[in-house]
Design a protein around this ligand. Structure first.
Ligand code: AMP
Ligand code: MG
Length: 417
């Protein structure tokens, strides 16, 4: 049996980041920046007001807290407008959030600190506003470039484009960031017993469950998941599907057919058409795992992740081996390939027997008042019992031996995004 760390190292060594492309920022969420993002513009591009109120000369408001002052209202500016009237001593301009601070003004008084009961249609200086609070120069003014300065490196290469990062890129007019191409990942299930069309189950049949799960896991990894369906335990059908997938995708994830059974066709076909590493990994669940490289038409090779068919094994195998590799391919930094790990407290004993393997028990995690993550195992730990594992939020790595006692420490991979 291969230790999990060794399998992980081997798989990661053999996968590399995809080429870079320019994509529209709208399509870039989840992609990784391949170059630094440098601001070509200041944000904000002009000094503007953070509040609705009156643009004033701060010195005109001194003493207003003790006795209100009156200022002549000489105009109004909404967001998107430019002011026409300058603020001269003794005057103010009514102003809306985001509008440029007019010439002559150096502070904004919030509307809540003013009273205006004149005619808003004639803001020509004939109407006055009462100001009840004094402000200092710069109050409620958002200065030019106080979010981002022109020329500044806003993000380094390797930064994931989260929704907020995409917002920043839009704000600095990086409309087509250069990113590592988003991996297209083929997902297929294998097995003669699998049914996914809702029809009544014939004897020996089961409902297919891995494909929708793996498609979702691939998508959540930030890749484009491509459904290659269920393939029967038939060597030529499987070969055809794998070759098609290799021509269209950057990686293939299969489930089933990688263990020791007579009908393990994934094993039979991949052994013939790909360069493979067949592994028995020293973990439970998900001991069988196949990793290989398949030549694609037009040159190059793509990785194939042959996950075991038992649904919980498929899930665990994806998390421990396929996901980190796909994240490397997508251009993430090494520290972001794996799920975060924490040392957690076992609220329930995590029992097991010695067998030379690390057991990845599915656990529910919670943050407790002591500032630590606490875990309890899900109700059933069988590799076919996906229902019990589906709501797990962590994988507790229980080392070989008799397990972890109540209150003991255990390393946990956090599965929540
Ligand atoms: P295999 O790895 O093909 O030997 O399958 C191991 C177990 O997982 C068997 O009980 C299969 O019926 C089951 N299995 C395989 N593929 C799937 C799937 N896509 N959905 C649900 N169960 C599966
Ligand atoms: Mg099978």
């Amino acid at each position: 049996m291969v230790p999990i760390d060794e399998a992980h190292r081997l798989v990661l060594e053999r996968c590399s980041a995809l080429p870079v492309v320019d994509v529209h920022v709208d399509d870039a969420i989840g992609c990784v920046l391949a170059t630094t993002a440098v601001a070509a513009e200041d944000v904000p591009p002009f000094a503007n007001t953070a509040v609705d109120g009156y643009a004033v000369r701060a010195s005109d408001t001194s003493g207003a807290d003790a006795s209100p002052v009156r200022l002549a209202v000489v105009g109004e500016i909404a967001a998107g407008d430019v002011g026409r009237s300058a603020v001269v001593p003794g005057s103010a301009v009514r102003i809306m959030t985001g509008a440029p601070v007019p010439e002559g003004a150096d502070a904004i008084v919030m509307v809540e600190d003013t009273s205006f009961d004149g005619d808003r249609t004639v803001l020509d200086g004939s109407q006055t506003v009462e100001v009840r609070r004094s402000v200092v120069s710069g109050s409620a003014v958002r200065g030019v470039g106080d979010d981002v300065r022109r020329g500044e490196v806003v993000f380094e290469a390797g930064t994931e484009i989260t929704p907020a990062v995409a917002g920043v890129l839009a704000s600095i007019n990086v409309r087509r960031p250069t990113v590592v191409r988003r991996p297209r990942v083929a997902v297929l299930s294998t097995g003669d017993e699998l049914v996914d069309d809702g029809s009544p189950l014939e004897p020996g049949q089961i409902r297919e469950s891995n494909k929708v799960m793996l498609l979702g896991l691939v998508a959540r990894t930030g890749c484009t998941a491509v459904d290659f369906g269920i393939v029967r335990d038939d060597e030529s059908a499987l070969e055809q599907t794998l070759r098609l997938a290799a021509a269209e995708c950057d990686a293939i994830v299969t489930s089933g057919g990688v263990s020791m059974g007579d009908y393990d066709v994934v094993k039979a076909v991949l052994s013939r058409i790909a360069t493979m590493d067949w592994m028995q990994i020293a973990i439970k669940p998900a001991k069988p795992f196949a990793f290989g490289r398949l030549a694609r038409r037009g040159g190059g090779e793509i990785p194939v992740f042959g996950l075991p068919g038992n649904p919980v094994s498929s899930l665990v195998s994806f998390e421990l081996l396929a996901r980190p590799a796909l994240r490397k391919m997508a251009g993430h930094r090494p520290e972001n390939w794996d799920r975060p790990r924490v040392m957690a407290v076992a609220d329930t004993g995590l029992r097991r027997q010695p067998d030379g393997k690390v057991h990845f028990q599915r656990v529910v995690t919670r943050f407790a008042g002591d500032g630590r993550v606490h875990v309890s195992p899900v109700a059933a730990q069988g590799s076919h019992q996906l229902a019990a594992s589906a709501l797990a939020t962590g994988l507790a790595a229980v080392p070989d031996g008799f397990g972890v006692d109540v209150g003991g420490d255990v390393e946990v991979l956090l599965l929540t995004d």
